[in-house]
Design a protein around this ligand. Sequence first.
Ligand code: NAI
Length: 270
Amino acid sequence: MNYNLLKGKRGIIFGALDEQSIAWKVAERVHEEGGEFVLTNAPIAMRMGEIKKLSIKTNSEIIPADATNLEDLQKLVEGSVSMLGGKIDFVLHSIGMSVNVRKGNSYTAQNYDFTQKGWDVSALSFHKVCQTLHKNDAMNQWGSILALTYIAAQRTFPDYNDMADNKAYLESIARSFGYFLGKEKNVRINTISQSPTPTTAGKGIKGFAGFLSYAEKMSPLGNATGLECANYIVTLFSDLTKKVTMQNLYHDGGFSNSGVTDEVIEKFED
Ligand code: NAI
């Protein structure tokens, strides 16, 4: 269904790697709702070529940027304002990567160079994005900035590894920067805590299939899909949610407030 909720709005979407990416689905839905945007990803992800298909489909330009690199972010923000013909109304940060997870290091045996790299990519990059937008006064009044997170920031999921710490930091940035951009520009900043979703980043977590079906059984509404996440994001970019800010918003079918469910109990009955 299409409500034209984002007609006339301009944005930047980080993190569309392939068709499974949450950001990919967001780009498709935002386009359907009338929004215009620049797509961006790390230069290395660009070489895989998939994003070109998305840019054609959504009639959008691509500006490569490593989200940890301030020069790249400066060029991205300047380029986006100039290509889109005005200030920015919405930004999606959909970026995550742990080098420790990739290399198979457990939480108790981290390589701290990897920890720092993962933190820079997954958490600090969100501050860098917000600071670059702020420094350039690139956001429109009542704009909306979002990042994606996971409930391992609040509760322990051992195999989520150092990404749990990165997500806790990311969520804190939304609250802290949300204060300043709220006061100065009426811009809102939130994080969405999404169900496990089968994407490249998701499937990188050890035991992901078990994770996915456990969450499905623990959520009264079932896991939220990537497309459902994109629909929720459309509402948060729209003018219908102007006073929602500095929040961590659960989009998880009820998982976060479920102690146990019948489906899970059944597994333990003799
Ligand atoms: P994905 O693998 O499709 O997206 C991750 C993106 O991060 C990729 O496009 C990748 O190129 C980009 N990226 C990595 N390093 C970068 C850098 N230095 N600069 C710019 N971009 C960089 O996976 P997915 O699942 O769509 O991930 C999007 C967000 O959703 C992440 O923050 C992830 O942690 C979060 N999330 C994912 C869940 C899942 O189960 N898949 C659950 C909850 C949150």
